[in-house]
Design a protein around this ligand. Sequence first.
Ligand SMILES: [Zn+2]
Length: 518
Amino acid sequence: MLASSLRPYQKEIIELVRVAFRSYRSVCMEMPTGSGKSVVMREIINSFIQKNKTFKEDRHIYFLCNETFLLYQFGKHVENMNIPHDIIGDGYRERKSVNVHVTMIQTLRNNPPENNPSLFIIDEAQWSTSNSFMDLFFKYPDVKILGVTASPEGPGGKGLSIQSGCGIYEHLIKSPVSMRDLTEMDYLCPVSYWAVPTSDYDNAGISQGDYKTGEIDKLIAEKGVFGDVIKQIARFPQVQDHILIFCKSVKACYALQEVFFANRYRAEVLEGSLTKNTRNKIMKNFESGEIQVLITCKMVLQGVDLPALLMCVDVAPTLSRMIWRQKVGRLVRPFPGKTEGIYLDMVGNIQRATKSGWVYEDIDWNFDGKTFNKRSKSLEATERFCPICYAYIPPPGNVCPYCGAERPAEKRKEKEEKVLDGDLVKLEFVPLKDRPIEERRQTEEAIAAAIRDGDIDRLREIGNSVCQNRKNVPFFVYRKMNQKSKVIDIPLLYRIQKSFGYKASWVHFAKQFLKNEV
Ligand SMILES: [Zn+2]
């Protein structure tokens, strides 16, 4: 790997790591999903190996994970980096001939390294809050530790820093780029967000900073959420496979699988008790589309790459924004033919998680665990979701880009009046028929001219001035352009959709709407 082929921000991160290790022995590095973590780690490892050669030293790097299935996943990552390595544990012994070893924290605890460790790399460092990691920190005071994570905050709002009492890192290196930056630079695929209205889960008990699994399972069953999952997925006819579902427990995974079976979906559950071979087979068949739906509770949260993933359905309420960001992060990998990832929230996770920043924004991560166990009581909705199709309406717009519906005025009034300060001028709407005769004549002439020229953009502007409800403007345009025919003119709908800047799925919605009207 030539350093020159690194992206500028990747070079910046590597330099930050170098500098940080001069002052600290354990450093946590934030790298958003899709920012090229493997490339950066390969560069760090290679320069380390190079240094070994230069100084004729025999120092070793240990890659640590905390789950057996990740052992092979991490091994694959290191293999993809073209770095000679071995795997220790699960029947494999350590070798002397390589300088990079992949192992589990538990293995290292029981079998001290046979070689001279110089650096521990902890990938998916957001999970490194257990006692095993703490032991490691104190047992090897001379060994440097590098944690790497997309979300430098532990589960349940635990901190990762030494000061927090839960973690082992002395210093956090913040990423110079955010997910928004990476999406704008076309390194990541955009994600669309859909929040299906849900009753809240406020009454569920809490343990270690997150909802109790058993109570959530019970509530989900009582509310009949599983049946709704099928209904909601069917709203996206373009998505037939590469659908990932998050449940709260393994038991819930299997219950939901039955619902999918009953609806003729090919669905599999991925969970920890399956053998390595079964897991690999499921993953392979999911990637090929043979299995349409993959259901899991936390297996796919860390370390697993699914670039072709099209949709993620969240049926696992959480209070952890770290876990929420991990889920959304599964969708952002670019893949040929993929234009967006769809995140479908069935349980109000967006509302809870985004209180401290939207997914693309820089989050002030709780690295120091200062807000541990603090739970916000009010579950205020984000209020930027379409009341009709549940799609996220990006600011500053108030019209849904998918179905054209408008956000309810009463919800947004208070907030936006504050933003606009004193500049807000209320315009009283006057219907065209009540306007001065000269204006009516001019408007009629302008409409006739636009119809004659087939000028949709012009009609749209006229529509904005004559329709009280902006939702009706595209249909105003349609009716003017298609006065004679009783048949629904699909190509015309597409032209209108383009003119309004709506997503292509609006055409489907409009077609249904016009059909119901006839
Ligand atoms: Zn909508």
